[in-house]
Design a protein around this ligand. Structure first.
Ligand code: ACM
Length: 618
């Protein structure tokens, strides 16, 4: 019986679509791509008399106000927010409702747009919030450009049932190498929210500056938050030059609380990182007694890794535990990140105290001493109901019993952690480091190195194929890291993260078999319009031309030219000269003889965008 109705429904829906022969679905532009989405003919028109009706008045109040504030800011609409109970007729309204028991997890949602209603249903407020993010991306991109005008907003009829692939979807920001004021951090959180990230990893301390107020240790911010000078240009380049300007800043505890509240409302957990035992020059500058040698130390003015690290003395543990106690009061996150990366052991090797400790505790070497250090901190965090995360070096010398590993030196750390039954977060440099170049470095602002294009980020698969199904469950998700040695201001943070964080969002959210690069390439063009309208700085992508040659034709070699730019204007030559705006335009694959030199480049508005690619066929 049930089946009969389903078949009937299917046939009816077919006839419905065939009656609307002029319905050409405009594809959806939502990033990350929903798990399931169906477009239907017709448009809902959001207008000044539309209302936001709440199914659960109190628990969705923020979500309603959030949506309303955006409608107000960009379309001049000010919608009434009222409980749905008691509303006689629903007409052109938006309903937000919690309907526990749906099979879409804690973060999934169901979004339906039809003639009279937009409804966003979810098990939890987080799902409603993500449904709202998808709804905002159904609006025409012109929505963001017309401010005070009160115009109706057309939303295509559709049905979306969506939930994330991974439970951990993270973006990181280093505020030590450069400091970004609270307003910028909130803007960053807005960017994360747009792409349904649920974790902000806030790298608060490092050699070049301690950035969080700790009441018990005022010198951390009085001394540790300020450096005397900053390296100019690339690290390692001669002659070495400094700007001779005092630089710094920090977040007060009130500012931190305000940012945590802002993020929590947007369903983003902030994981604070307090680096130990390395990357601690700023702390040692303030409290030299925590080192193995007498000092003095200074807040680092250049980049790299520094030898002076915390000494594993009782005094140091008391200090770190007191710091972590204040940190835990500020951040309600389950996880606390304790760094653990890049720890030179020279000072521990030459310290009589450390060598005696190694002997006394039956440790093998300094690696095991580091593990002992981290385990002690882990116990402290666990005793306070928190879990420890560390960079993958925490595997050296033995992993702490409950630790979660952030795999950054490739994927080996993640694999080892998962095999040992530990959770892991994947953030391998080659895919997830957004301080890397994203296009030809000769045409890009200074970056640390690497070459991680948008397409490469998009191609990332967080679950290593080496893992079996049980081990794979320990891969919680992926995270983009933004180290800021060469990122002095927030405009550049945006340039380095947009649009790569959009690609990573899809890696983290969308089922692997639903990912589709050409479709993402199309959708990201629409997001570029949103970035422009919002005043977000972004990188349009790599203009590099890939020249591929196939020996498949009898008459010669088939040449295909591709770029990650959408519908690029590629021009090429076969005569050994560099392409110019007058060279032949590439439209489709062509055939050349053996021994031909192909040169190709992308042009925009008559301008060469990157160095031409060159390939000589055999
Ligand atoms: C790192 O990039 N040092 C974790």
């Amino acid at each position: 019986m049930k089946r009969f109705y389903l078949v009937l429904l299917f046939l009816l829906s077919l006839s419905f679509f065939s009656c609307n022969t002029d319905f050409k679905p405009k594809p959806l532009n939502i990033i990350p791509k929903p798990a399931h989405a169906w477009l239907q003919p017709g448009y809902f028109t959001l207008a000044a008399n539309s209302r936001i009706l709440l199914g659960n008045h109190d628990s969705l109040r923020f979500e309603a106000q959030y949506l309303d504030s955006i409608l107000n800011k960009y379309a001049g609409l000010k919608l009434k927010i009222i409980p749905v109970n008691g509303v006689k007729e629903i007409d052109n309204d938006i309903i937000l409702r919690l309907t526990p028991g749906m099979s879409i997890g804690d973060e999934g949602y169901q979004l339906r747009v039809n003639r009279g209603t937009i409804s966003v249903l979810a098990n939890k407020p987080a799902g409603v919030f993500y449904g709202i993010q998808s709804l905002l991306q159904l609006f025409p991109s012109s929505f963001y450009t017309r401010t005070a005008e009160k115009k109706d907003i057309e939303v295509p009829h559709c049905f979306i049932k969506d939930e994330p692939r991974f439970s951990y979807r993270g973006m990181h920001l280093d505020v030590s190498r450069h400091f970004f004021p609270p307003a910028d951090i909130k803007k960053y959180i807005d960017m994360l929210a747009m792409y349904k990230f649920n974790t902000f990893h806030w790298h608060l301390t490092d050699d070049q500056g301690w950035r969080i107020e700790i009441k018990k240790y005022p010198k951390l911010t009085k001394i540790g938050a300020w450096r005397d000078s900053t390296l100019i240009g690339r690290y390692g380049k001669k002659p070495v030059r400094y700007d001779e300007k005092r630089y710094g800043g920090f977040y007060t505890q009130d500012e931190v609380r305000d940012i945590v509240r802002y993020a929590t409302q947007r369903h983003i957990t902030i994981i604070p990182e307090i680096e130990m035992p390395g990357h601690s020059s700023a702390a040692l500058a303030a409290y030299p007694e925590l080192a193995c040698t007498p000092g003095p130390f200074h807040v680092a003015t250049t980049w790299g890794v520094f030898k002076d690290i915390y000494c594993p003395k009782e005094k140091t543990f008391r200090f770190l535990e007191n710091v972590l106690t204040e940190v835990m009061e500020l951040f309600p996150s389950k996880y606390i990140h304790i760094g653990g990366d890049e720890v030179p052991k020279a000072r521990w090797k030459s310290s009589r105290f450390c060598q005696q400790l190694i002997k006394k505790d039956g440790l093998k070497n300094e690696e095991e001493l580091q593990s002992w250090f981290i385990q002690r901190i882990e116990k402290f965090l666990n005793d306070h109901g928190r879990k420890l995360i560390g960079w993958d070096e925490i595997l050296q010398g033995g992993l702490s019993p409950n630790a979660t590993v952030m795999s950054w030196r490739g994927i080996k750390g993640g694999i080892a952690a998962a095999r040992a039954g530990h959770d892991a977060i994947m953030t391998p440099g080659g895919y997830c480091y957004f301080d890397h170049y994203q296009a030809d470095r000769n045409f890009q602002p200074l970056a640390i190195g690497g070459f991680t294009t948008l397409k490469k980020v998009y191609s990332y698969e967080p679950v290593p194929e080496e893992l079996n199904a049980k081990e794979a469950k320990h891969i919680l998700g992926a995270q983009g890291n933004v180290w800021t040695e060469y990122i002095p201001d927030f405009k550049k943070v945006q340039y380095m993260t947009l649009p790569r964080m959009a690609a990573l969002a899809e890696v983290d959210w969308t089922p692997a078999n639903k990912k589709n690069w050409p479709d993402f390439q199309r959708r990201i063009q629409q997001h570029f319009l949103i970035y422009k309208a919002l005043g977000y700085n972004y990188c349009p992508g790599s203009y590099h031309v890939d020249i591929s040659v196939e020996d498949t034709t009898a008459s010669g070699l088939k040449v295909t030219l591709e770029s990650e730019i959408y519908h690029p204007e590629i021009r090429y030559t076969l005569d050994g000269n560099a392409p110019t705006i007058h060279s032949k335009r590439y439209n489709r694959p062509f055939v050349v003889k053996h021994g031909t030199t192909i040169q190709a480049a992308v042009f925009v508005d008559g301008k060469l965008m990157e160095k031409p690619s060159v390939k000589k066929t055999k």
